[in-house]
Design a protein around this ligand. Sequence first.
Ligand code: ATP
Ligand code: MG
Length: 206
Amino acid sequence: MHKSDRMRMGIMGGTFDPVHYGHLFAAEEARVAMSFDRVMFIPTGNPPHKNYPEMASAEDRYNMVTLAVGDNPYFDVTRIETDREGNSYTVETLQRMKELFPGAELYMITGEDAAGDLPLWREPYRIVSMAKIVAVSRPGGYRNKIDDLPDEIRESILVLRTTPLDISATNIRARIASGMSAKYLLPEAALTYIKKRGLYAKRATV
Ligand code: ATP
Ligand code: MG
């Protein structure tokens, strides 16, 4: 445990469609830098802002994250968004986490891209009142977006300089759809699951 008695918990939310080493490395870097006792991965159920035909089901995305975090004793995964009907909003998830882990200090781990989008999320000011944001590096020049945020939001974001990994789930889905290899971009167990279930194999024709 950290100096204070309160459990320090990192929360890594995402679509994880599929989970990859960009997510896992970000979570591990944040865990070590911030002395988290635990990092909870929260795959979205039915994300309000993402809708594309080849999206894997909430169950498949949850299963892939479970396979991916299995070898890290600090990492865990929860179904709180998987089992929720309708859209998932971070503000509600944080509220739920506060109920499930009373007294825990909550930190949301995000990439710089997601942190820069905070004003677009539901009730951003309530979000930053419940959790600090830890933004890790991601290629693409998103840092300016964070600096341009309103002060009250910017103040609750801790920008952590980490080795940027240019891996995205979009790129992995495109690779699989076009028959390219995605090996070494994500844990082998998750890739095996994708193949077994035939996920992302066909690009939907628009
Ligand atoms: P997609 O391409 O479908 O948007 P993604 O790779 O961005 O997928 P998400 O599930 O959207 O993955 O991201 C979940 C969280 O992980 C976000 O906070 C995002 O910024 C962060 N993240 C994703 N990939 C990386 C990466 N390579 N480096 C750092 N953070 C990342
Ligand atoms: Mg993304």
